[in-house]
Write a protein of this length. Structure first.
Length: 149
């Protein structure tokens, strides 16, 4: 995604018009349009003002991804009661079908036993609660997978 598109998406996310942004920055609406279409780019000072106006850091503005921000907001706003209603295996299984079919082939009891031991070790050694232990183990697994890619 281009920087101009990032600017456009960030502005839309906060519900501001080009006119409103232009007014707050002391530039013309055409200037905002040129930034958003990659015809020109704002200087660093204007970029900092845009980031502040859009409630983002400068880094976040440069790498703005509306989908990622939306997902982050949904996760932040989801409470435990709502989470409990979601069958995550089925939800993720729509994208990754292996999640709904592996149980037929994999000795899940064997792996579950090993995972239980690791969870218990995290709880004992680091005094994590059940949820924190699971999250730490999940994150270690993810980091390991990501490093192998």
């Amino acid at each position: 995604m281009s920087f101009g598109n990032n600017l456009f998406q960030a502005r839309k996310k906060v519900g501001l018009s080009q006119e409103t942004v232009a007014e707050k920055l002391g530039v013309s609406r055409q200037t905002i349009s040129k930034w958003e279409t990659d015809e020109t780019i704002p200087d660093i000072y204007q970029s900092k003002k845009l980031a502040k106006l859009y409630h983002l850091s400068l880094d976040e503005l440069i790498e703005f991804d509306a989908d990622v921000k939306e997902i982050e907001q949904i996760i932040k706003n989801t409470n435990e009661k709502t989470e409990a209603k979601i069958n995550w295996t089925n939800v993720w299984g729509k994208k990754y079908p292996i999640l709904v079919s592996y149980q037929k082939n994999v000795d899940t009891k064997k792996y579950a036993s090993q995972i239980r031991e690791m969870l218990e070790e995290l709880k004992t050694v680091y005094e994590y609660n059940e949820l924190d232990s699971m999250l730490v183990l999940k994150d270690i697994l993810y980091q390991e997978w990501k490093d192998k890619k």
